[in-house]
Design a protein around this ligand. Structure first.
Ligand SMILES: *Cc1c(COP(=O)(O)O)cnc(C)c1O
Length: 405
C-alpha cells in the first residue's frame, strides 16, 4: 500500500550516516521521496488516521504513548505522531548526531518537556542551572512552575551544585545575551553523571554539536535559525533513544505538539541552514570588529574578537563565533533606547536567527522576566545579524549611533 509506506513513520537517515553536515541539511528526512515519486516532502494535515485494524491500531497507539514509533497500526492521532513533523525531527537528529528528536510547539515547550522528562526519569526534581540563560528559561526555572528545585551556579561551580538527586544540568552556549562561551565538555565532567541539557539555539548544529561533547540533550528554539525566516514558532530536543522514549510520551500527554505546517516550514528551512549561518557569521564578525573600533561604542561582546575566548573554545567546541553580537554604546541606557528607535534597516524586535537583522535591548525585552538582580545590564544592545549586505548594515548602525548620542 503506497499510502501506508508514506505513512510508515519510517523516514530514516539510514542512507546518510557517512554524509557531511551540509549534505545532511539538504537530504535529511527525505530518504523516501524517490520511492514516493515526489520531489518535495508531502504535508500531512490529518488530525486523525484510519486504524488499519482494531488490534493493530491499539498496538500502535500503545507504542506511540510509551515513546516508540508507530507500528503497522498507523499513526492513530496527530498529538501522538505526525509524519511531516517526523521528517523535521529525523533531519534535525541527523544534524545533531542524535538517535532521535522530538519537536514541540515552541522552544519553551521543548525545554518544559525536557525538564519534565528528566524529573520523571530520575524521580527527582533538583536542577542545576548556569546563568546566563535565555530569559524565558531563567524565568521558568525561577518560578518553580514545574515543581523544580533549582540551584543556580556558574559553570565552574557545577560540581559543587550537583547532588545525588539532580535530574538535569541546564546550560546555554553562547550565553544569551552576553555571548559568553561555556565549556560544555567541562560541565559534563563536573556534572559527574547527571545529565546535561544544552540550549544550542545560538550556535545551531552547523557550529556546535553538544552531544559529541557528552551532553545528554540538545535543545533548540527552532523559531530562530532552524526556521530562519521569522515566520514559524517551534522547538525541538534531540538525544539518545532512551531520552527520546522518555520525552515523546510527555509531549503526547501535555499536548505541546508542533503543527504539521510548522514542521513542514522548519524542515524546509534546514537545507539552507549551513549557508545562512555561515554568511550571517561573516557579516557579524565584520560588524563586531567595526563596532569595536567605533568611538561611540564602549564595549563589544562577540566571541570572535581578540581576547574574547580565553579558553580557546572556538575551534575546539564551536566551528565559529556565530552571528549574534552584543555591545554597549558610550551613552548608556538612554542611548540604547534612542538607538533602537533610530535604526532604519535593522528591525527593532525580539527574536533572532532570521534572514533579516534585528536589534533589541535584552534588559527591557528578552530578559524582562528575569529576577532584577540577575538581569543583563540596561546598557546592552543585542544584534541578530542577517544576510543583508554588510556595508548597508554598517551604514545603518553608524547613522543610528550618531543620531542617538
Ligand atoms: C527564543 C529562545 C528560546 C525560547 O524559544 P521560543 O521558540 O520562543 O519558545 C529558548 N532559548 C533561546 C536561547 C532562545 O533564543
Amino acid at each position: 500500500m503506497v499510502a501506508r509506506s508514506r505513512h510508515d513513520g519510517g523516514v530514516s537517515n539510514d542512507a546518510l550516516p557517512q554524509m557531511r553536515p551540509d549534505t545532511l541539511a539538504v537530504h535529511g528526512g527525505r530518504d523516501d521521496l524517490l520511492s514516493l515519486g515526489v520531489h518535495a516532502p508531502p504535508l500531512d494535515l490529518s488530525s486523525t488516521y484510519p486504524l488499519t485494524s482494531f488490534e493493530d491500531g491499539g498496538d500502535s497507539l500503545e507504542a506511540l504513548l510509551t515513546g516508540g514509533g508507530p507500528t503497522s497500526g498507523g499513526f492513530v492521532y496527530s498529538r501522538a505522531w505526525n509524519p511531516t513533523v517526523a521528517r523535521f525531527e529525523t533531519a534535525l537528529a541527523a544534524l545533531e548526531h542524535a538517535d532521535g528528536a522530538v519537536a514541540f510547539a515552541s522552544g519553551m515547550a521543548a525545554i518544559t518537556g525536557s525538564i519534565m522528562a528528566a524529573m520523571m526519569r530520575k524521580e527527582g526534581r533538583h536542577i542545576v542551572a548556569v546563568r546566563p540563560l535565555y530569559g524565558g528559561t531563567d524565568a521558568l526555572l525561577d518560578s518553580g512552575a514545574l515543581g523544580t528545585e533549582v540551584t543556580w551556579c556558574e559553570a565552574k561551580t557545577v560540581s559543587d551544585a550537583v547532588r545525588d538527586d539532580t535530574c538535569l544540568v541546564v546550560i546555554e552556549s553562547p550565553g544569551n545575551p552576553t555571548l559568553d562561551l561555556v565549556d560544555i565538555a567541562a560541565v559534563v565532567e563536573a556534572a559527574g553523571g547527571a545529565p546535561v541539557l544544552v540550549d544550542n539555539t545560538f550556535a545551531t548544529p552547523v557550529l556546535q554539536n553538544p552531544l559529541d561533547l557528552g551532553a545528554s540533550l540538545v535543545v533548540h528554539s527552532a523559531t530562530k535559525y532552524l526556521g530562519g525566516h521569522g515566520d514559524v514558532l517551534g522547538g525541538v530536543v534531540a538525544g539518545s533513544h532512551d531520552w527520546i522514549e522518555a520525552i515523546r510520551p510527555v509531549r503526547a500527554l501535555t499536548g505541546g505538539v508542533l503543527h504539521p505546517l510548522a514542521g513542514y516550514l522548519l524542515h524546509r528551512g534546514l537545507p539552507t541552514l549551513p549557508v545562512r549561518v555561515r554568511t550571517a557569521q561573516e557579516n557579524a564578525a565584520r560588524i563586531a570588529a567595526w563596532l569595536d573600533e567605533h568611538d561611540l561604542v564602549a564595549r563589544v561582546h562577540y566571541p570572535g574578537l581578540p581576547g574574547a575566548d580565553p579558553e580557546g573554545l572556538i575551534g575546539r567546541q564551536m566551528h565559529g563565533p556565530g552571528a549574534m553580537v552584543a555591545f554597549r554604546p558610550v551613552g548608556g541606557h538612554a542611548q540604547v533606547v534612542r538607538l533602537c528607535e533610530s535604526v532604519k534597516l535593522f528591525t527593532h524586535a525580539v527574536s533572532l536567527g532570521g534572514v533579516d537583522s534585528l536589534i533589541e535591548a535584552p534588559e527591557a525585552f528578552t530578559h524582562r522576566m528575569v529576577d532584577a538582580d540577575e538581569k543583563p545590564d540596561a546598557d546592552v544592545i543585542r544584534l541578530s545579524i542577517g544576510l543583508e549586505d554588510v556595508e548597508d548594515l554598517i551604514t545603518d548602525l553608524d547613522q543610528a549611533l550618531r543620531a542617538s548620542l
